[in-house]
Ligand binder design. Structure first.
Ligand code: NOJ
Ligand code: CA
Length: 573
């Protein structure tokens, strides 16, 4: 097949006719293949009843703002009943709303408003672990060893003559051992249970069919209430290797030398695929539009592609892309590898730069040297990011991302160019990683700070009442949505224009070919249809490519050279 015939009709600009396409435009059905999905972190979105914590009614009230921004769907982080030891990722009842966020009727009202606005809603499901307050775990603790109740979780006897040592050497993601010993009903020290995260988050035993049945019930409960699918929390962890062998690598499944650990006994086990095949078939009972997206930290990309084969999940987060930062060689490699690997199984790629677990990209990119370690956060005594530099580069990186074919995930507040809050005092920090490491790891609170909506209102319009659960930095009233709406050159208006152009030009369904003239060690250029996207991360300006300027990430004049930390979209024909 000739290179030309691989290019889509609209990509055949004579100047670029010799390009080698990496990916061809897709005509496959499925809204998610090109969707922009906006992550809502409920406790920090909007507090309508003034108790200091965001709520479902607050989300419903502001959904029109998201429809106007131009996203296709929202993903809600957990709002289920929960003691909130890990901000809701410790669920005590999967089929109810936590009173902190409202009631089931508030959820129904949210869905009704989303339907009116033609926004889809995706929920977070947390199947690897629940809360230690869940009735099943309470029952397990009260029942004897080897009982059906204990078999819902992963209980083992300890090692050593008195059973005082944990059953293996696994570590919790949040620091410390991944095992906690219980006191048996007869008040004697007893068995240990596994928790890959906090001790308040016991792992389910996915070798037990009763666990499968329970989660199938939960899926149906929310599908019946009108959701469009699920983001599956730590989807790669549910099944553990038989015998629970010791593991010498890092708790995130990577080996100690930083390379992906393909043999981690707590991750990526083959039996996972059968679970998601079954879930896919349940979703399909509800029609072709309901989706599953894996939060699966699986490397390398061809291995991740196995998660999105035609009868498994629809999407998986592209964490290698997020972690590539602004390293253009790595970015190019990852974009190519993603598209090629996922094309091989007929799945779309996804792209993401921020979420509730990492330092926001406007802060990550605010360093000239090495930035913060992922997941570790930035504390008041750490080197501080340069806010303006970070925001400028964040706009450029987002413009690079939103020009790519596939789906994209945005994290609430990135459209305002929000940085992490780095000034939160230790006494207010809530991420269990902070407490479990004695403050050695700052944790993820900095990216979870409530949103500023209206500059002149109390707490920048997040909520008119008690202090927000984490303080909003004072300077954030300047970043409030209402101020940015009024400023044509704002970060928010850039996002709105990007999303509008992306939709008009159908970039999410488009093609990709690298344009070598614009690829160097400090820049990348690619063609998607007839849109040329060029990002300059070097220190020197670049001559402006030929073409009609559609959009640029800075407020520069249309004819200025492409500045440092800037991206441009042009039409080449
Ligand atoms: C991944 C979630 O995104 C994170 O916030 C949570 O702490 C862990 N999974 C445990 O559920
Ligand atoms: Ca509230």
């Amino acid at each position: 097949m000739s290179v030309d015939s691989l290019l889509t009709a609209e990509a055949v600009d004579p100047a670029f006719a010799t390009l080698t396409p990496v990916h061809r435009a897709s005509t496959a059905h499925g809204w998610w293949r090109s969707a922009v999905i906006y992550q809502i972190y409920p406790r920090s979105f909007r507090d309508l009843n003034g108790d200091g914590i965001g709520d479902l009614a607050g989300i419903t009230a502001e959904l029109p703002q998201l429809a106007e921004l131009g996203v296709d769907a929202v993903w809600l982080s957990p709002f289920y009943r929960s003691p909130q030891r890990d901000a809701g990722y410790d669920v005590s009842d999967y089929c109810d709303v936590d009173p902190l966020f409202g009631r089931l009727v508030d959820f129904d009202a949210l869905i009704a408003e989303a339907n009116r606005l033609q926004l889809r809603v995706i929920a977070d499901i947390v199947p690897n672990h629940c809360s230690d307050q869940h009735v099943a775990f309470q029952a397990a603790k009260a029942a004897p060893a080897n009982s059906p109740e204990r078999d819902m979780f992963i209980f083992r006897d300890g090692l050593g003559p008195e059973g005082t040592e944990p059953p293996n050497n696994w570590q919790s993601h949040f620091g410390g051992p991944a095992w906690t010993r219980i006191t048996e009903p007869d008040r004697q020290p007893g068995q240990w249970y596994l928790h890959l995260f906090d001790s308040s988050q016991p792992d389910f035993n996915w070798h037990n069919p009763a666990v499968h049945a329970e989660f199938e019930r939960v899926l149906r409960f929310w599908l019946d209430r009108g959701i469009s699918g699920f983001r599956v929390d730590v989807a790669h962890a549910l099944v553990k290797a038989p015998g629970l062998p010791d593991w010498g690598g890092r708790p995130d499944g990577n080996s100690t030398d930083g390379f992906p650990g393909q043999d981690a006994p707590m991750f990526g086990q083959p039996a996972l695929h059968d679970i998601y095949r079954r879930w896919r078939s349940i979703l399909e009972e509800y029609g072709p539009d309901r989706i599953l997206c894996a939060e699966a930290n699986v490397d390398p990309l061809p291995r991740l592609a196995q998660w999105v084969r035609h009868d498994e999940m629809h999407q998986a987060f592209n964490f290698p892309f997020l972690h590539a930062g602004l390293d253009v060689d790595r970015l190019r490699h990852i974009v190519t590898d993603s598209l090629v690997s996922l094309d091989a199984v007929g799945a779309p790629s996804t792209w993401v730069l921020s979420n509730h677990d990492v330092v926001r990209h406007a802060s990550r990119f605010g360093y000239d040297g090495p930035g913060p370690r992922d997941g570790d956060g930035i504390g008041p005594s750490d080197p501080q990011p340069n806010e303006q530099l970070g925001r400028r580069r964040a706009a450029a990186a987002t413009m690079f991302m939103l020009g790519l074919p596939g789906g994209a995930y945005l994290y609430q507040g990135e459209e305002l160019g929000l940085p992490d809050s780095t000034s939160i005092p230790g006494s207010l920090r809530q991420d269990p990683a902070f407490a479990r490491t004695g403050g050695a790891r700052i944790g993820r609170d900095g990216c979870r700070v409530p949103l500023p909506w209206r500059s002149s209102e109390m707490h920048a319009g997040f909520g008119a009442g008690r202090d927000p659960w984490l303080p909003l930095p004072e300077s954030w009233s300047n970043l409030a949505r209402d101020k940015q709406q009024a400023d044509p050159a704002s970060h928010l208006n850039l996002y709105r224009e990007m999303l509008a152009q992306r939709s008009t030009l159908q970039l999410g369904r488009g093609s990709l070919a690298w344009v070598e003239d614009y690829c160097s060690h400090t820049s990348l250029g690619y063609l998607n249809g007839s849109t040329l996207v060029v990002m300059n991360v070097g220190t020197e300006p670049m001559p402006l490519p030929e073409g009609e300027v559609l959009l640029r990430s800075s407020a520069a004049d249309r004819n200025d050279p492409l500045g440092s930390g800037e991206t441009i979209w042009l039409i080449t024909s």
